[in-house]
Design a protein around this ligand. Structure first.
Ligand SMILES: *Cc1c(COP(=O)(O)O)cnc(C)c1O
Length: 398
């Protein structure tokens, strides 16, 4: 008998793998910062994908690009050239410090590419060095190598044996990187600001000092800008905020405002892939690259990074008001539109659910921290409303 239920809770329980704890709502429609559920209830989306729906939901520029390209050409694989891919690569190179691009479909896949590129470079240029130094509380994705780079015990423990060649040191500790560097080290891999690890902002000079160390040692600096890239921190790329240039950078989340796309970028000196080394069937397909081109071009032409910086300061001021009002709010931290509030108790999940009930989607990125990462296009008025909802949610704790 075919199953004819349309109750999504039943369908979910019956057919989906339970890989994530999902929010108790069924969304059906989105516009800008807003989402609507099946009952027509409106939500402000301060999670945005996370940090993915950079232009807000269903931005007309993205919708137009998708529908135009869908009528022209949707897919050819990487071995057949198509113009949208070339144009997006040119746009990314002309607006960054990197020289060459490889397109893929997600952040984890971009990081896999970065790890492979660094290892090949190590074989050819650094006497077979292969080890990558990563930070504790990092997040690099869920594939086997990316989850090993991520390092979080609970993400990787069920999946051993894991690939070799990753060591972990505390974030924001240059001396720890220096101590961990050996003849085998090929690269240091970091997020400019740790996103999934809890919105952890390093000291202003951390990345500059890491860069200097990498230069002295002749090893590569890989920046995972999957979350921080494309305007999130108030600059087009996070590295610009800290005055460094990576050798390799990965992008994904915000670059397509919701369409699945990732990119691996490298400087010429370490672009060592040759034909046959790497590939992706869907990576760089005309539909996704045309869409991402429209998104990135709009972000650059309208200087949305500067707007994100300004709105980020506004959001931060609002959140600091909560810090002053509630003694159990111990910290507000972040850059641009990637912000978090820290509590002295593990109440973030409860607070997130209380916010949801009031029409705000914000995420408990850690048991003690609530993350707010709205679209780059968020308005001050929407920030006011979101902050008022968080305030009401917190009021019941004191
Ligand atoms: C989300 C994220 C990833 C993983 O991206 P997926 O598209 O989920 O594979 C990797 N690195 C960082 C910094 C991220 O925030």
């Amino acid at each position: 008998m075919p199953d004819t239920t349309t109750d999504w809770r039943q369908l979910e329980a019956r057919y989906l793998m339970t890989t994530a704890k999902r929010l108790p709502l069924m969304v059906v429609h989105g516009q800008g910062t807003r989402l609507w559920d099946e009952d027509g209830k409106e939500y402000l989306d301060f999670f945005s994908g996370p940090s993915t729906v950079s232009l807000g939901h269903c931005h007309p520029v993205l919708v137009k690009a998708l529908s135009e390209q869908a009528k022209k050409l949707i897919h050819v694989t990487g071995t057949i050239p198509s113009m949208p891919q070339m144009k997006l690569a040119q746009l990314l190179v002309e607006n960054s410090c990197l020289d060459r691009v490889f397109f893929c479909n997600s952040g984890a896949e971009a990081n896999e590419g970065a790890i492979k590129l660094a290892r090949k470079w190590g074989k050819e240029r650094r006497d077979g060095a292969y080890e990558i130094i990563c930070a504790l509380n990092a997040f690099h994705g869920r594939t086997l190598a990316a989850v090993t780079a991520t390092g979080t015990e609970k993400y990787k423990a069920p999946f051993t044996p894991l690939p070799e060649g990753f060591v972990h040191v505390p974030f924001n500790d240059v001396e720890a990187i220096e101590r961990a560097t050996t003849d085998k080290t090929v690269a240091v891999m970091l997020e400019p600001v740790q996103g999934e690890g809890g919105v952890n902002v390093p000291d202003d000079d951390y990345l500059r000092r890491v860069r200097r160390w990498c230069d002295e040692q002749g090893i590569l600096l890989i920046l995972d800008e999957v979350q921080t890239g494309i305007g999130r921190l108030g600059t087009l790329f996070g590295y610009q905020l800290y005055g460094v240039e990576p050798d390799i950078m990965t992008l994904a989340k915000g670059m397509g405002s919701g369409v699945p796309i990732g990119a691996l970028l490298a400087k010429e000196h370490c672009s060592v892939f040759t034909p046959g080394d790497h590939g992706s069937t869907f990576g760089g397909n005309p539909l996704m690259t045309h869409a991402a081109y429209a998104v990135c071009k709009y972000i650059i032409d309208n200087d949305l990074p500067a707007q994100a910086a300004e709105r980020g300061r506004y959001l931060e001021r609002k959140l600091r008001g909560l810090e002053d009002r509630f003694s159990f709010v111990t910290e507000v931290r972040g850059k641009g539109l990637l912000q978090a509030i820290e509590f002295d108790q593990e109440i973030a999940e409860e607070v997130a659910l209380a916010c949801l009930a009031e029409g705000l989607i914000a995420n408990n990125v850690r048991p003690t921290s609530l993350r707010l990462c709205p679209p780059l296009t968020v308005s001050e008025e929407e920030i006011d409303r979101a902050a008022a909802i968080v305030e009401r949610a917190l009021a019941k704790y004191g």
